[in-house]
Design a protein around this ligand. Structure first.
Ligand SMILES: Nc1ncnc2c1ncn2[C@@H]1O[C@H](COP(=O)(O)OP(=O)(O)O)[C@@H](O)[C@H]1O
Ligand SMILES: [Mg+2]
Length: 590
């Protein structure tokens, strides 16, 4: 099987990296290049000067000439020493900047990706790309590539000099080239495959750890520690064996290079010695020694350069993985001519909406819902009937496959996402808590809010006592140091803090105890005043006052109307009401 060193995609990726992140630094890069060339010439001069020194020794010449040679050698290596500092420090800086800009670009892109992307992407996959792979790529560009360029330049300059000194001897040294080249070709194809597997196994391992950390309660109670341990040990043994394979493949290059170098040295010592002994060639002992020295000087760079090309394949995998993020298309984005949506009274309508999370499973077929301005509309229905999805569609987290979401009669797509989402305060079903203090968690809804405003919101959500007693202490990763009900109250406080014209409450009080729920509901009634409100609720007692109620069943509206109307219809809603009003132990949760 013949695999190309660079696929067209690789070339496109490298071109992208070059033009977006390096090109503007061409001046600095050129300076680095000049210093690298200078380093090459230092070595060439070293050979020439050494040859002169050797000749002084062989012909028992003047000691002062020898001293001069030594001084010169010191001088040129001092120059090399200076560049040895400047080259890596400058290139680290350039690579660091390039990587920083690349990370910023990636983050800026990723934050605007569709919700759909995040539904299907493990957070650890993003961490792997944004943290590890970008870092590795930075090291590769900043160190490995610069070193490779240096090696290449050394080889070119010193070889040029050696050819000039003796083309015949140099040609004999070339026998090693095809061997090295073939080996390189073989190894680099292998490495590319291994590296790709390595990254995917590493990603799996990281997501195992993530799931473990997040699901510890479930794991403990189901006593799944052993299977989890096995799963992780398996993944990490996969990492180990791929890592060893990767290193071994890279190491494959070395023996072939060592053997070819032995052959070359033999040819030069034998053949060169013969030439020096015979009178036919204009070559002496000093030339042979400096020639050998030259070969020694280029062998190491040649070896490193071959390794570089092998490693380059691994880095192309990283580059591809990173760039695929840049190439991920968004479905939900602003049209070029999108307007700012600006209205106080907002009527929302879903007209002829078709939607499915996957192309094959349709959830809504011809969904028609109207949420009148300033009114409270409720959506009820069994778990999985599509209530939360309706809220996701009106906030444009997902796009309808056909049909329209209308804001005051205009297509939601006519407006900028930002101006649309600004119109909502949301208490979502799955509460997201950040690892900050309670105060800062509430303030997340409106970063500019004053302390008084935050306190007021906390009071309305009945979380003020806890907020004051916890002070600046963090609530732990994902709010682990809070109860379910406390987290929900933070989410409610956020809605009070940012009173937007449309209020979305998705089972907003499901985790509260009955007494807290009652007082929060009172506060909500206050907040709802004059706003378009959409309430999703399990407990029907909280929505009896709604102006309109939709009953959803598997993505279809099966009943609609006021509470009284629906009761009189004696359908699903009526039976749900009946089931809930049966006397039973009231479950308390918090
Ligand atoms: N992000 C998602 N990707 C794929 N399917 C989803 C996603 N979210 C919800 N679903 C599915 O869509 C259906 C409706 O979900 P949802 O709107 O959350 O229901 P409800 O809020 O009424 O309980 C369910 O069958 C659910 O499994
Ligand atoms: Mg839901």
């Amino acid at each position: 099987m013949r695999t190309k060193m660079f696929t067209p995609k690789d070339i496109a990726n490298m071109r992208w990296f070059w033009s977006d992140y390096l090109k503007q630094k061409t001046g600095w890069l050129f300076l680095i290049f000049l210093m690298i060339v200078l380093q090459g010439f230092v070595l060439q001069q070293f050979l020439a000067i050494t040859e002169t020194g050797l000749r002084v020794i062989f012909t028992q010449g003047d000691l002062r000439d020898l001293l001069e040679v030594c001084a010169l050698i010191f001088g040129i290596f001092a120059v090399r020493a200076a560049t040895s500092y400047f080259i890596p420090s400058l290139s680290a800086r350039l690579a660091g900047e390039a990587i920083f800009r690349m990370r910023s670009d990636l983050i800026t892109r990723v934050l605007y990706f569709d919700q759909k992307f995040f539904d299907g992407t493990h957070s650890t996959d993003l961490i792997l790309r944004l943290v590890n792979q970008v870092q590795d790529l930075g090291l590769f560009v900043g160190q490995a590539t610069v070193n490779a360029l240096r090696d290449f330049v050394i080889i070119v300059i010193v070889s040029g000099y050696l050819i000039y000194k003796s083309p015949l001897l140099f040609c004999s040294a070339l026998v090693a080239l095809p061997v090295i080249f073939l080996m390189m070709h073989f190894v680099s194809a292998r490495i590319k495959v291994i590296r790709r597997n390595f990254e995917s196994v590493l990603g799996r391992y990281m997501s195992n750890i993530d799931e473990m950390a997040g699901g510890m309660r479930t794991i403990k109670m189901a006593r799944q520690e052993k299977p989890e341990i096995n799963r992780m040990v398996d993944a990490s043994s996969g990492i180990k064996s791929l890592f060893v394979k990767l290193q071994q493949s890279e190491a494959l290059m070395l023996p072939s290079i060592d053997l070819s170098s032995a052959v070359v040295y033999m040819l030069v010592v034998g053949g060169g010695g013969y030439m020096a002994l015979s009178d036919q060639f204009d070559i002496d002992g000093a030339s042979i020694i400096s020639f050998l020295l030259g070969l020694v000087i280029i062998f190491d760079p040649a070896r490193l350069l071959a390794q570089f090309f092998a490693k380059l394949q691994a880095s192309l995998i990283l580059l591809d993985s990173i760039r695929s993020l840049m190439l991920t298309e968004r479905e939900v984005s602003d049209r070029d001519d999108a307007k700012v949506f600006d209205a106080k009274d907002i009527e929302i309508e879903i007209a002829g909406g078709h939607f499915g999370y996957t192309a094959t499973d349709a959830l809504f077929n011809d969904l028609n819902l109207t949420f009148k301005a300033g009114q409270k509309t409720a959506i009820v229905g069994a778990t999985g009937s599509g209530k939360t999805t309706v809220l996701s569609l009106v906030t444009r987290l997902y796009e309808l496959s056909s049909g329209k979401v209308l804001f005051n009669g205009d297509d939601i797509k006519d407006f900028t996402l930002r101006s649309v989402r600004d119109k909502f305060s949301v208490v979502a079903q799955d509460v997201v808590i950040f690892d900050k203090s309670i105060k800062d968690n509430i303030r997340y809804a409106d970063p500019d809010a004053s302390d008084e405003a935050v306190l007021k919101a906390a009071q309305l959500a009945r979380i003020d006592d806890l907020m004051l007693s916890r002070g600046d202490a963090s609530v732990g990763p994902k709010g682990n140091l809070l109860s379910g009900g406390q987290k929900q109250r933070i989410a409610i406080a956020r809605a009070f803090l940012k009173p937007a014209p449309v209020l979305l409450l998705d089972e907003a009080t499901s985790a509260l105890d009955a007494i807290t729920e009652e007082s929060v509901n009172l506060a909500f009634q206050e907040l709802q005043h004059g706003k378009t409100t959409i309430v999703v609720a399990h407990k029907l007692s909280g929505i009896q006052d709604a102006d309109h109620i939709y009953v959803l069943d598997s993505g279809r509206v099966i009943e609609a109307g006021t509470h009284a109307h629906l009761i009189s219809e004696n359908g699903l809603y009526a039976s749900m009401c009946m089931a809930q009003s049966k006397p039973k132990e009231s479950p308390q949760s918090s």
